[in-house]
Design a protein around this ligand. Structure first.
Ligand SMILES: Cc1cc2nc3c(=O)[nH]c(=O)nc-3n(C[C@H](O)[C@H](O)[C@H](O)COP(=O)(O)OP(=O)(O)OC[C@H]3O[C@@H](n4cnc5c(N)ncnc54)[C@H](O)[C@@H]3O)c2cc1C
Length: 411
């Protein structure tokens, strides 16, 4: 039996990818008493930039706490919460709500902190639980049979397992290997996302603010969200905008200093652009029910609504529950049925999340005249009718009620 090279050791389960989905799977495996072996192409000390999945739902905190007691509280303790959310329409406030401070003990309804900190805390919890990490292992191909999976890495080594949790992210080689393409559109519009480091000399109120048609941003929508140590700003570019103009150092200084205290134009720590994705893999497992897709290997959603990482966690937990059942099964049919059930349930949750992302995008772009008129009417009556303002405030994130096990939104 070998250890590090993996050549002849047969594992009950291998997890490919040590992002949020893979780490959640490893925690779930250890909580179920199974060995957790993770393979990741990164080096152990590689740094993943940007706040990325900064917003963690209460449901995610509770699941992580259940898998690893103390972890949910550790993450919440490092994160930032805000009591006030606010929306503006073209310079006019249309909605504000401030929540009373939390008085009960327990986990908060959400927290906001850079994804890299959440991942570090999750990885520490994995190590403490006895998970085994193999860094610098890039899986390049996978072959499945009715009996298991054989992975090959870029160094030519093979890794064998009864089941594989595919948590290898948006470009997932495992998704390609099982022939499950992503289906669904990506917006033509570009969204700019910027992280700003807190400036103690120019403190800003700890509030989540969405500004429709910001007059100082040329009528573009702007979302500002606090996270522990900084601020995340999303700028919705218009169809004809050249993204370069908005992400160059000069461009950033230009628009940021118009909408925030000028000092923040110099406090950019990360900038990125994205298109609004609404994509789901055609199927979440292979023909032999041996590879289970989770996280961004299975679906891509835009950041609005925070459905990416927050739905990766129930994906991973569902995959491990199915694998546990399959490993215990005495008949092949029972094992296959458990994995098929996982695949169907998480595909349904992802499809629901995709529909939510589509509705959020439709709202933000307001390309249909009926939507545009409805928004303008809501903004006009928001002073008198609180429901109109509440609708404008909530709609950029998509519907709030989620299908069983899907991500919930509550920015
Ligand atoms: C700008 C931006 C903002 C975002 N904001 C939010 C947000 O506010 N809220 C939210 O919920 N989500 C957000 N997301 C999405 C969130 O970051 C992802 O959903 C989350 O990281 C997905 O986790 P994952 O584990 O599936 O994939 P990843 O985090 O991508 O992890 C995949 C892992 O697999 C490894 N890997 C890849 N290929 C291989 C290979 N061939 N062999 C071995 N290892 C491999 C990678 O090194 C990586 O460690 C955002 C994303 C971006 C880009």
């Amino acid at each position: 039996m070998t250890t590090d090279t993996g050549t002849t050791r047969r594992h009950p389960v291998l997890v490919v990818g040590a992002g949020p989905a893979g780490l959640s799977a490893a925690l779930a495996l250890r909580a179920a008493g199974l060995p957790a072996v993770l393979l990741d192409r990164r080096t152990e000390d590689s740094i993943r930039p940007g706040s990325r999945a900064a917003y963690l739902h209460g449901a995610s905190l509770r699941e992580l706490e259940r898998l690893s007691p103390g972890l949910g509280h550790d993450i919440a303790g490092r994160g930032q919460m805000w009591a006030t959310k606010r929306s503006y329409w073209a310079g006019k406030e249309v909605f504000t709500r401030t929540y009373a401070p939390l008085t009960r003990d327990g986990l908060p309804p959400f927290t906001s902190l850079p994804q890299v900190i959440t991942e570090d805390l999750m990885a520490d919890a994995c190590r403490k639980a006895g998970a085994e990490f193999h860094w610098g292992v890039e899986i390049t191909s996978a072959e499945t049979t009715p009996d298991g999976v054989r992975l090959t890495d870029s160094a030519g080594r093979t890794w064998e397992a009864d089941y594989v949790v595919a948590a290898d992210g948006s470009r997932s080689p495992l998704r390609a290997a099982i022939g499950s393409p992503l289906e669904g559109p990506r917006s033509q519009h570009t969204f700019v996302v910027v992280d700003l480091v807190d400036d103690p000399d120019h403190p800003m109120p700890i509030e989540r603010v969405f500004h429709y048609r910001h007059p100082k941003a040329g009528g573009r929508n702007v979302l500002t969200v606090p996270f522990a140590g900084g601020w995340r700003v999303d700028l919705n570019l218009l169809a004809d905008d050249d993204p370069e103009k908005y992400i160059s150092p000069e461009g950033l200084r230009n628009w940021l200093s118009r909408i925030l205290p000028a000092a923040y134009g110099e406090r950019v720590s990360w900038v990125s652009t994205y298109r609004f994705a609404q994509q789901v893999a055609t199927h979440f497992t292979d023909a032999h029910h041996r590879v289970l897709l989770t996280g961004e290997a299975a679906h891509l959603f835009a950041p609005f609504g925070a459905r990416g990482m927050n739905s990766s966690i129930p994906d991973a937990i569902g995959a491990v529950e199915a694998i546990t059942e399959a490993l215990d099964a005495t008949r092949p049919h029972t094992a296959t049925a458990a994995v098929a059930r996982f695949a169907a349930q998480r595909h349904e949750a992802a499809s629901y999340n995709r529909a939510c992302a589509a509705s959020a995008l439709e709202h933000m772009l307001a390309q249909r005249p009926s939507m545009w008129l409805r928004q303008r009417a809501a903004a006009a009556v928001a002073d008198a009718g609180r429901r109109a303002g509440a609708w404008l405030d909530a709609a950029p994130y998509g519907p709030k009620l989620a299908a069983r096990g899907a991500a919930r939104t509550s920015y």
